[in-house]
Design a protein around this ligand. Structure first.
Ligand code: 5GP
Length: 182
């Protein structure tokens, strides 16, 4: 067991389970977008691992772009959504699919959807790997969802706690004592 793994109380989703789900999501996206002008907009930084994994199973032409947003400090949502970096290319007339790691309160995606819709994409949909549905504060329509998970703070597979744990290959629950001093 390495140092990062010692901080994990439970593996919620293992590598094989994630791989299988990503393949299924990619298959659905393939069927829906094979005739379209697709652009995958990944929300930095947490969704990068998910984006790359999805790309591997998506045998169609598409562009990728990135948006950076912040709402979290440590394990807590501040409730204030900040746009840190915007997409580089125009999304007008494009079929945009937002790629997000996890939806919690819903504030990030609600904000982002409203913001991107003002730029007149041809279509705008959302793909999330994890849905922490118990904590939702605002309704957001999710078009592709990997897993519904309980209200626990998770790390790994791109998700961090203070920038660490992103490189764990699975999704695990962080031991409360790691962040109890917050
Ligand atoms: P929302 O705006 O829906 O409350 O939060 C979405 C963002 O909060 C995600 O993109 C992610 O950065 C962060 N987040 C929410 N829950 C978790 C969690 O359990 N673990 C980690 N690492 N980040 C989370």
């Amino acid at each position: 067991m390495n140092r990062l793994e010692r901080d994990i109380s439970e593996v919620l989703l293992g590598e094989d389970e994630i791989d299988q789900k990503v393949k299924e999501l990619a298959q659905k996206i393939y069927e829906d977008y094979r005739e379209k002008d697709l652009i995958l907009v990944s929300i930095l930084k947490g969704s990068v691992v998910f984006l790359v994994h999805l790309m591997k199973y998506l045998p169609i032409g598409f562009a990728i772009d990135f948006i950076e947003i912040s709402t979290y400090e440590g394990t807590k949502s501040t409730g204030v959504v900040r746009l840190i970096a915007d997409v580089r290319e125009s999304i007008e007339g494009k079929d945009v699919l937002i790629i997000e790691d996890i939806v919690d309160t819903g504030l990030t995606l609600a904000y982002l959807k409203e913001n991107l819709l003002t730029r007149r994409p041809r279509s705008l949909k959302i793909c999330v790997l994890l849905d922490k549905y118990e904590r939702r504060q605002i309704k957001v329509d999710l078009d592709y969802v990997g897993f519904s998970i309980p209200d626990k703070f998770v790390v790994g597979y791109g998700l961090d706690y203070n920038e660490r744990y992103r490189n764990l290959p699975y999704i695990g629950v962080l031991k409360p004592e790691i962040f109890s001093s917050e």
